[in-house]
Design a protein around this ligand. Structure first.
Ligand code: AMP
Ligand code: MG
Length: 339
């Protein structure tokens, strides 16, 4: 991977990052229509590159089996979370990704502390987990609608003033703990304008095949627009940390939201820079012995190693190029233990 490409990606996402410790206001500091001077056609081309980079990095992440990545996606209704996941992850091996959506908590979930259900869905090492809505709902919808808080059965001491500041701190600490132990946390807020939300709602009503995506609750939430903007602004200011910064992705143009999300994720993976494990010299020597034995089984007229015969640069071949193999490689003698 060229450093130049890594730098271009870092430059691209820098304006989207919420500087840790800064106090931001969505309406003042972030434009939902920003597009970094890009044209749509160029944007779609970049997304293609981003998707294939992601596939490559995810393969290495899984092979290395040391780090995991958690991508949290937050947005208001019609913000484009589903489409972003579908497009950005379109090239990666489904075995290495797990997507979890969080709805109104169940009775079982409410019987635990508020982070419990999110902890159940964390990535394993080698995995990318995507949270479609996340633990941040606990300081968003729960804040805008205090009746959700009532359902959480908190003891009196946990309901006192300072609750939201305490949750911010607990979330920061939790993410710090994850990061320190090999799980990178990436957070994307899809920033949609009120007018674009109106347009998308209307489209969901106009097109019968989109009707299922629309619910009366969506308009009810829209009426609380300003409360949500405040809750988002506070959340971004309080929980964008050095170890897990927030990215505010302009979401009025779907294509731009998608390349931005891809760029943020690629940047994270580049930072991890996962490597294919090297099995070591001894294991490699054993592999060559096995290889030699397999080559001896080649039927007459077939290359000893069909793969190496068309990929002569493959390392470790004993094929001499004439379909015959060389001498049996020597296994390293292991010292016998005495006694
Ligand atoms: P959707 O993602 O459109 O299927 O809707 C899921 C709904 O669940 C949204 O209205 C969220 O606000 C709501 N939701 C998600 N997490 C929570 C939570 N922790 N407490 C209450 N409501 C939630
Ligand atoms: Mg919805």
């Amino acid at each position: 991977m060229t450093d130049e490409r890594a730098e271009r990606i870092a430059d691209f996402i820098r304006p989207l990052r919420v500087k840790p410790g800064s106090k931001v206001r969505l309406d003042r500091d972030f434009d939902p229509r920003y597009k970094a001077g890009l044209k749509k056609r160029k944007g779609i081309e970049l997304l293609r590159t981003g998707v294939s980079l992601l596939a490559e990095y995810q393969d290495r992440l899984a092979a290395q089996d040391t780090y995991g990545v958690l991508l949290c996606l937050q947005a208001l209704d019609a913000g484009g979370k589903d489409g972003t996941i579908r497009h950005v992850m379109s090239g990666v091996n489904p075995q290495g990704v797990r997507v979890s959506s969080f709805k109104v908590p169940s009775a079982e979930e409410l019987d635990h502390d508020y982070l419990w259900r999110y902890a159940q869905r964390l990535p394993t090492r080698g995995e990318i987990a995507i949270f479609n809505r996340s633990h941040y709902e606990e300081v968003l919808v729960v804040r805008v609608h205090p009746e959700h808080l009532v359902r959480q059965k908190l003891p009196e001491s946990a309901r006192r003033s300072g609750l939201w500041d305490r949750r911010y701190r607990e979330i920061n600490d939790w993410e710090r703990h994850l990061t320190d132990n090999g799980f990178k946390v990436v957070k994307i807020f899809l920033n949609l304008s009120k007018e674009e939300q109106r347009t998308r709602f209307l489209k969901r009503i106009d097109l019968p095949e989109k009707n299922w995506k629309f619910s009366a609750a969506d308009v009810r939430e829209r009426r609380r627009w300003d409360d949500y903007q405040d809750a988002f602004s506070e959340m971004l200011s309080a929980t964008s940390t050095k170890w897990a910064p927030w990215y505010v992705v302009p979401a009025d143009r779907k294509w731009f939201a998608r390349i931005s999300a891809a760029a943020v994720l690629v940047h994270t993976l580049m930072d991890i820079d996962p490597q294919y494990p090297d099995v070591g010299n001894e294991a490699r020597r054993d592999l060559l012995v096995t290889k030699w034995e397999l080559e001896q089984e080649a039927p007459a007229g077939t290359p000893a190693d069909p793969y190496a015969s068309v990929h002569p640069s493959a390392s470790g071949t004993t094929d001499r190029g004439d379909g015959q193999t060389g001498n049996r490689p020597k296994k390293k003698k292991r010292k016998k233990k005495r006694g």
